[in-house]
Write a protein that binds this ligand. Structure first.
Ligand code: PB1
Length: 334
């Protein structure tokens, strides 16, 4: 062998043969409870609990069932949740008026959750699609296009309602231009700007991986699709411009969604805005894929590798339906 292969700088394996040496060379990839946010589905019926067929081990809860379920997870270290309201008896109409109705399950549950879990960070998804008759995330014109001004007004109203009810974080997943500024303005005018954060779904793509969620929420568009307000999967440029728009409008945190297929966008966004906490939403389709990737041990190994890669790409927090599994792994409590 010529001497090229014997040069000391080409001998790497002496630097990572030991697990501690490997850990030393995986900076900022640890998975701790504060790196995980647990999405939960909240029903009108306060005593109900319903399994989600398309998402193994995921349930839809009434608040009286959610509290004991979260108690177990808080004991294992859970630090934050993201609430999605589901209405089955309340009306769905063109402006999503049930979204901020006093009877909305999210608004009714927030004080109870804040009381039950004083230390838990409670975020609320803000969108119209679970509440609109047409299933879109905004208000439509009479020609079926997005009515930008009406949509932004409604999203800000809903975000303010959740903030007033006790949300620590409001997370607009609608993707409408300028809703971040409208939400911030509403929080400021109600003296809530220093008590409520805005987590923007800034880089959210028109993905095919939301199917199980839409099935669970019954939130698919009645007609058309969301391609005119969610980002085209092939555009890193629009993702960069959307993140810049939301930072300029006052977003406290940014998000890339879905996660694994978009890790290049995660790195791009973290490089573009290193001082803004960056969330990844590991969506329902990703959850379903990994859940079916093997036996429970193989699923856990694949899951933790995926989370490590998400953290390596720049994610500070991962929104994941696997939170119960992850907490069991990192807490050692099963
Ligand atoms: O897990 C998931 O699939 C999340 C889906 C996501 C929730 N924020 C949205 C995607 C969609 O249905 O277009 C809901 C939009 N408000």
């Amino acid at each position: 062998m010529n001497d090229l292969f014997l040069r000391p700088e080409h001998v790497l394996q002496g630097g990572y043969f030991h697990s501690t040496l490997r850990k030393l060379q995986e900076p900022n990839t640890s998975i701790e409870p504060h790196n995980i946010m647990y999405p939960v589905f909240l029903l009108e019926n306060e005593d109900a609990i319903q399994p989600v067929g398309s998402m193994p081990n995921v349930h839809r809860y009434g608040v009286n069932q959610l509290i004991p379920a979260l108690t177990t997870l808080v004991d294992k270290g859970l630090k934050s949740i993201l609430i999605f309201g589901i209405v089955e008896t309340m009306p769905k109409d063109p402006t999503g008026s049930s979204a901020d109705d006093v009877s909305n399950p999210v608004i009714k549950a927030l004080p109870k959750l804040r009381d039950a879990f004083p230390q838990l960070l409670i975020a609320c998804d803000v969108c119209l699609c679970p509440y609109t008759s047409h299933g879109h995330c905004g208000v439509l014109t009479n020609t079926g296009a997005i009515d930008h001004a009406a949509s932004v007004k409604r999203i800000a109203e809903v975000a303010l309602a959740y903030a007033k009810a006790g949300a620590h974080v409001v997370a607009p997943s609608d993707m409408m231009d300028n809703r971040i500024k409208a939400i911030k303005d509403a929080l400021i005018s109600h003296k809530l700007q220093n008590q409520v954060s805005v987590l923007s779904y800034s880089c959210k793509f028109a993905s095919s991986m939301y199917g199980p969620f839409r099935d669970t929420m019954k939130s698919s568009p009645m007609e058309g699709d969301r391609k005119c307000y969610q980002l085209p999967p092939g555009s890193a440029a629009l993702a960069a411009r959307a993140a810049a728009r939301d930072v300029a409008e006052g977003a406290d945190f940014l998000m890339v969604k879905p996660g694994l297929p978009y890790l290049d966008i995660v790195k791009q966004t973290k490089d573009q805005f290193p001082n803004h906490p960056l969330f990844i939403y590991q969506v329902s389709g990703e959850y379903a894929m990994i859940s079916r990737s093997g036996d429970s041990n193989e699923v856990q190994t694949t899951l933790m590798e995926t989370l490590t890669c998400m953290r390596r790409a720049g994610a500070d927090c991962i929104i994941t339906y696997f939170a119960p599994v992850i907490l069991s792994i990192i807490s050692g409590k099963h």
